[in-house]
Design a protein around this ligand. Structure first.
Ligand code: ZN
Length: 470
């Protein structure tokens, strides 16, 4: 999943000044691989992932990768969804002490119906400066740009000073099992000092061409659902009891509505709000941001920030009631009332701590059970100077002077599985689009500016030169 709205509001006067130029041959290679990838309907249940993984594997072998370094790894994501991942290693030239760099992207896409689209979603259409097709943005451009960048570097005789490993997964949009296998079962291939994720990052511009900045994603909130349950003996509705499961649950939910977790600043959100405060200047929002940055315990200041629609969930853990059920007959007292409460927990905070706080809040009459499919806490990745510099330099080579904004996602990508095992992950893709017109990932008529694909190849090439060169 991904969003280019991450850096909304960061309007600067910088414009797209130096679009990347690929040679006709590399442009043709990029277009051919991209077209083939988009035209394979790699949707859960359609069993197209092994074919795409094999196709990309053959391209890499043709470009100089040893067969022993390229692995197509079939796996079952869920019943009826047999998929595959691709792992490929470009070994360092000579001896090296540096641990590998891992590059992440995903090959699967969300379903799309031809009847909903202006054109067939599984045909790559080039029109008015755009590529249209399912996955044209999310995330086949990330797969193709990162892979072609490595092929291009290899052809140019680049000698990496550390191994560069690609992991392209096959079920990011559904179960995310490829990332979990990648971080655990396939660790012998994927172990790395840090990972660069082509499924996040990116830049946005306004329709008039002003830059809205480029995001550098370092962290994701943890997803955890809890069930609030109240049980009661029940009885005939003609004889109401003083205790009633629905009223007790309603009281607990009212407490939840009013409850605020303590605000917390992380390294990333401090950098984010520092940039935002500059943009907001002397507005009430800007003042609240400065007040909170000066004193992160200032809950009213954090409340004032979260009152702004774009900043919801960025100062603290948030929990909200999302579903409700209770009772079994209109003439019976309820024996069970249950609410579903979904929490988005700050990076690195154990869901158990949130559960304890919720239990203290609602008291012992309400049973709280954590959903077993809950997310693992994933720490925010540290703002590494080398990664920030490489990303900034690569972005600025094409978009001089635009802002780089560290971001914490409220959603999830494959990156969280690697953060969970201690490998920092950075969303540093180099595509861009017009906000909000081009924000169509998962939606109809998904598209990518044609120039953004060429730019993204140059972007990955520049980052790898800096991070794995001399
Ligand atoms: Zn994605």
């Amino acid at each position: 999943m991904r969003s280019i709205a991450a850096c909304l509001l960061f309007v600067s006067t910088a414009t797209l000044a130096a679009p990347a130029k690929l040679t006709p041959q590399w442009e043709a290679t990029t277009r051919e691989i991209y077209k083939t990838a988009v035209e394979m309907p790699t949707v859960a249940g359609r069993n197209q992932l092994p074919a795409l993984a094999n196709y990309l594997a053959e391209k890499l072998k043709g470009a100089g990768w040893a067969a022993a370094d390229v692995h197509v790894l079939p796996y079952t994501s869920a019943p009826g969804n047999d998929t595959a991942a691709l792992v490929a290693r470009w070994p360092a030239t000579g001896k090296t002490k540096a641990k590998p760099i891992l590059i992440l992207a995903h090959m699967d896409v969300v379903e799309a119906l031809a009847s909903d689209w202006d054109s067939d979603p599984f045909k790559l259409v080039e029109k008015d400066g755009y590529f249209y097709g399912r996955g044209s943005w999310d995330d086949k451009q990330g797969v193709v740009a990162s892979m072609v960048a490595l092929m291009k570097l290899r052809a140019a005789g680049f000698k990496p000073n550390r191994d560069i490993v690609l992991l392209y997964t096959g079920d990011e949009e559904t179960m995310g099992k490829g990332a979990s296998l990648g971080a655990n079962d396939w660790r012998k291939w994927t172990d790395a000092e840090f990972a660069l994720n082509a499924d996040d990052g990116d830049g946005a511009v306004t329709s008039s061409g002003s830059s809205l900045g480029f995001a550098l994603q370092t962290s994701e909130k943890t997803f955890q659902t809890y069930y609030f349950r109240v049980r009661n003996k029940g009885g005939h509705s003609s004889k109401p009891r003083p205790d009633n499961a629905i009223y007790q649950l309603a009281d607990a939910l009212k407490k939840l509505e009013l409850h605020r977790f303590s605000p917390t600043l992380t390294e990333t959100t401090r950098a984010y709000f520092t940039e935002r405060a500059k943009q907001e200047r002397d507005s009430a929002l800007g003042r609240a941001m400065r007040t909170w940055l000066a004193n992160p315990a200032d809950a009213p200041a954090a409340d004032a920030i979260e009152a702004n629609e774009l900043e919801v969930g960025k100062t603290r853990t948030r929990c909200v009631a999302t579903m409700l059920k209770g009772g079994h007959a209109d003439n019976a007292l309820p024996q069970l009332a249950e609410a579903t409460v979904n929490c988005r927990i700050m990076p690195g905070v154990a869901p158990k701590l949130v559960e304890t706080e919720l239990k203290q809040l609602v008291g012992s009459n309400v049973e709280i059970v954590a959903d077993a499919a809950g997310g693992r806490p994933t720490p925010a990745s540290p703002l590494r100077r080398d990664v920030i510099d490489a990303y900034t330099h690569a972005v600025h080579a094409i978009h001089p002077g635009v802002q780089i904004i560290p971001t914490m996602s409220t959603g999830a990508t494959d990156g969280l599985e690697f953060r969970a095992i201690g490998i920092p992950v950075y969303g540093v893709n180099g595509a861009w689009g017009i906000s909000p017109d081009d924000e169509r990932a998962h939606g109809r008529d998904e598209r990518l500016p044609v120039q953004a694909l060429w730019d993204n190849v140059a972007h990955w090439e520049a980052m790898i030169r800096e991070l794995a060169g001399k």
